[in-house]
Design a protein around this ligand. Structure first.
Ligand code: HEC
Ligand code: HEC
Length: 358
């Protein structure tokens, strides 16, 4: 994602080994469940974001008390106001970040629904097209299959929000040890086997997946060759990100009420199927709830899609497959057309019918 922000060039000028890694901080041990530890899984540890900040705040207040005894009025009041202000900021920030940490990692309730995916050729083919269109943009360095993992997605945002590294989803990755039901719950609900929350993973849009499509995705993941990944696995938001979570500035979605997927929308060139594809592809996240234009902010600001009403179906398919609109304009990579071009003809036809039905 290009943000055009001057901080970007500053950030990219820092050699990777100099970028402070939160994973070097002490771990907050409660995060990994006993069952995971028994399996030797340690990377679900999240460092507690606040221990240093809390120490600074307490030290600051101690200094304020010391300064009270000073004779020199300037040192006394100037120092007390200055240090007191800093300590107040640190204290408030620590409270905000701690509340966010508790919110983000609050235990989640829905049980895993155990399934055994048959892995038919049809499921694998369907799963492959979903994976190419919906998962590769994050879970692959070159945005293409195989899904062998990517680097920190939050590095592009000009704020220190921490690490969210899409893991390796080939059988060489950690999901190789998960049950099919555990993988499906993570995709649909963003819940790890130990009950903790995946934050950046797009589960809020994938919860519309039918059981059939979830099965297809898992069938594909299980069918691919294991590809080892060199990228270290890091998952830790920063204190700033947790403070944002408290302020409602992280798009945290609740778990769905039920662990049962919605009924299957039959695949075909219909408005209903187009609505289903638009829901899991989350066109609304950038183009707005009614696809009449998005609000922007941290996400790209998609224009209103009402203009597509004047396009032919072929124009729409060409725009998504090549990124060139009927007006000859090249769409930027803020519009994920390179991912969506992997949708089959029927899905794109259905999307066109849906978008032009609004
Ligand atoms: C917006 C980027 C994004 C997209 C799109 C995305 N993921 Fe993820 N995924 C992540 C990130 C980041 C994580 C790490 C947890 C977190 O921070 O949310 C993750 C974690 C996972 C995990 C947990 C794996 C592990 O070893 O811990 C699975 C399984 C997964 N994703 C499957 C999928 C599938 C299947 C799709 C497509 C249908 C998909 N993801 C699409 C970003 C994404
Ligand atoms: C991550 C944000 C994002 C998502 C998700 C997204 N879009 Fe876009 N889209 C954009 C942006 C930004 C543009 C404008 C790009 C430009 O003008 O270079 C755009 C442009 C378009 C255009 C061209 C509109 C025109 O009038 O030129 C179409 C058509 C479109 N998107 C359809 C879709 C559909 C359908 C989906 C869901 C399947 C979707 N988009 C999902 C960000 C997004």
């Amino acid at each position: 994602m290009t943000t055009g922000n001057p901080f970007d060039s500053f950030l990219s000028s820092i050699p990777p080994e100099r970028v402070p890694s939160r994973s070097r901080l002490p771990n907050w041990r409660l995060v990994t469940s006993a069952a995971e530890r028994a399996q030797g899984i340690t990377h679900a540890h999240r460092p507690h974001p606040n221990r240093h900040r809390l120490a600074l705040a307490v030290g600051g207040w101690w200094l304020v008390l010391k300064l009270r005894k000073r004779q020199n009025k300037l040192a006394k009041f100037g120092g007390m106001i200055g240090v007191g202000l800093l300590s107040t900021i640190f204290t408030l920030f620590t409270i905000l970040a701690s509340l966010g940490f508790a919110t983000v990692h609050a235990p989640r309730g829905n049980d895993v629904v155990e399934v055994t995916v048959a892995g038919t050729a049809e499921q694998i083919a369907r799963g492959e097209s979903i994976a190419a269109a919906m998962c590769a943009s994050c879970h692959s360095l070159n945005h293409d299959l195989p899904l062998s993992g990517n680097t920190n997605l939050l590095a592009d945002i000009p704020m220190p929000l921490g690490d969210a590294t899409p893991p390796n989803l080939t059988p060489a990755g950690r999901i190789g040890d998960w049950t099919d039901g555990e993988v499906q719950r993570l995709i649909r609900e963003g819940t790890y086997p130990n009950g903790h929350r995946a934050v950046v993973m797009s589960s809020q849009s994938f919860r519309v997946f039918s059981q059939e499509d979830l099965d297809s995705v898992v069938a594909y993941l299980r069918s691919t060759p294991a590809v080892a990944s060199e990228i270290p696995r890091k998952q830790a938001l920063s204190a700033l990100a947790y403070a944002f979570a408290t302020l409602g500035m992280l798009p945290l979605k609740d778990q769905p009420d039920t662990n049962v997927p919605p009924p299957l929308v039959p695949k075909g060139p219909t408005i209903a199927y187009g609505e289903y594809v638009a829901a899991f592809a989350d066109c609304a996240i950038c183009h707005g709830d009614t696809l009449e234009g998005g609000a922007g902010g941290l996400l790209p600001k998609g224009p209103s899609l009402r203009g597509v009403i004047g396009w032919q179906a072929e124009d729409f398919v060409t725009a998504i497959r090549t990124g060139v609109t009927p007006g000859g304009e090249q769409l930027s990579d803020e519009m994920p057309w390179e991912a969506f071009r992997h949708f089959d003809d029927e899905s794109l036809d259905a999307l066109y019918k849906y978008v032009t039905s609004l």
